[in-house]
Design a protein around this ligand. Structure first.
Ligand code: GLN
Length: 383
């Protein structure tokens, strides 16, 4: 978390967004959209602020948001939740992840199993909690785990199997057999499943299936999501976590000492978002699918090998055909050479498995069509 000189190590997102700002390059690095939340959601936030909803909300969350989350989980996934006991609103998915890990990890003998490359916060949270991070590598280009490697990673020391699906940074949506194996292993080794589903509405091939909706999973699963990605509101930091009451209670016990509560006036606005009609969700997914197709075509035309993501904001490309040998160096040069910023997959990798990702680069597709067309033109001109 700190350099040898005692300075905080900037996250890869901070570093690459600063590079984009410094060079004036198009920022396809940090995953944030360049459009606004749906109009009714923005209007609801204005109304909440203007009508005086500016003080601490209740500790668990505003009742209308808790009810909207419960209805959302029933509507899309058939999961029935008690809004007064089985849901907690958090400061983004990030706080839900932090509070869950801190609540569940007992000490340095506990292990957290994740797929690799992993969202950078997972390694930081393992470090903060004192747990060991055990990683199962996902390999180009399909990024599905090897089930034998998964089985080898989960043991009686495993406290948490942390599953991000749809997956950042690879864009993978895991095959149903992967979920079935995770549930079996969690039972066999008495582990808790924590799922990070922030891209739940951004899948391109088939609807998202939460692990908690599958047989035998709910009792040992904490499900996390966020308004940030679905509603293009990453700055609002409204997330939530749901599951059996004892587990959610343990997370609430930690959350109340982290932030206590968060995002008062944005909570009713997110409730409006969660109740948007199916067509509004289809429009959100459709826009991102078009973005994925546009950046995929642009990268291919520039000479990259491109993997086709099934979900998330991201597309991974292999820069080896362009002569790259080191993704981090390639990304640093790309800002000047092409005027485009992207993120090396090595930033999401452990020392043990970094070699699998040495020439792979993540591009964010959550941008307006003209921005993606501009990026494609710049990449085509640069190579
Ligand atoms: N989740 C976003 C990404 O992966 C950014 C998150 C962040 O900046 N911490 O790009």
């Amino acid at each position: 978390l700190l350099t040898d000189e005692g300075v905080p190590v900037p996250t890869i997102f901070a570093e690459m967004s600063a590079l984009a700002a410094r060079t004036g390059a198009l920022n396809l690095g940090q995953g944030f959209p360049d459009d606004d939340p749906p109009a009714p959601v923005v209007a609801a936030a204005h109304t909440a602020i203007a009508s005086g909803r500016n003080q601490y909300p209740p500790g668990r969350g505003e009742p209308e948001l808790l009810a909207a989350i419960a209805d959302h989980q029933a509507r899309w996934y058939g999961i029935r939740l008690d809004p007064d006991a089985e849901i907690l609103v958090t400061a983004g998915a990030t706080e839900a992840l932090a509070a869950a890990v801190l609540a569940l990890v007992d000490g340095p003998d506990d292990e957290i199993v994740v797929f690799e490359p992993y969202y950078d916060a997972y390694a930081a949270l393992a470090a903060l909690s004192g747990a060991r991070l055990i990683t199962v590598p996902l390999r180009w280009p399909a990024f599905q785990p090897d089930l034998d490697e998964l089985r080898a990673a989960v043991t009686d020391r495993t406290r948490i199997i942390l599953v991000n699906d749809p997956h950042n940074p690879t864009g993978a949506v895991f095959d149903p057999e992967v979920g079935a194996e995770i549930i079996r292993l969690a039972h066999r080794h008495d582990a808790i499943i924590v799922t990070d589903e922030v891209y739940e509405h951004l899948t391109f091939d088939r609807p998202h299936v939460p692990l908690a909706s599958r047989a035998g999973a709910f009792e040992r699963t904490l499900t996390i999501s966020s308004a940030g990605k679905t509603f293009s509101a990453t700055g609002w930091k409204v997330g939530w976590i749901s599951g059996p009451r004892e587990l959610v209670g343990a997370v609430l016990a930690v959350k109340q000492w982290l932030t206590y509560v968060n995002a008062g006036p944005f909570q009713p606005a997110v409730a409006v978002g969660l109740r948007l009609p199916d067509e509004a969700y289809a429009a959100i997914t459709g826009r991102l699918r078009a973005g994925r197709d546009a950046i995929g075509a642009g990268l291919r035309a520039a000479g990259f090998d491109v993997s086709t993501p099934s979900g998330s904001y991201f597309t991974v490309a292999d820069a080896a055909p362009l002569g790259a040998t080191d993704a981090a160096e390639f990304c640093r040069e790309l800002a000047d050479r092409a005027g485009v910023v992207a993120i090396p997959l090595t930033a999401f990798a452990s020392d043990a498995h970094r070699r699998h990702y040495s020439t792979l680069v993540r591009f964010a597709a959550c941008k307006r069509p003209e921005v993606l067309a501009d990026a494609s033109a710049r990449l085509a001109a640069a190579f």
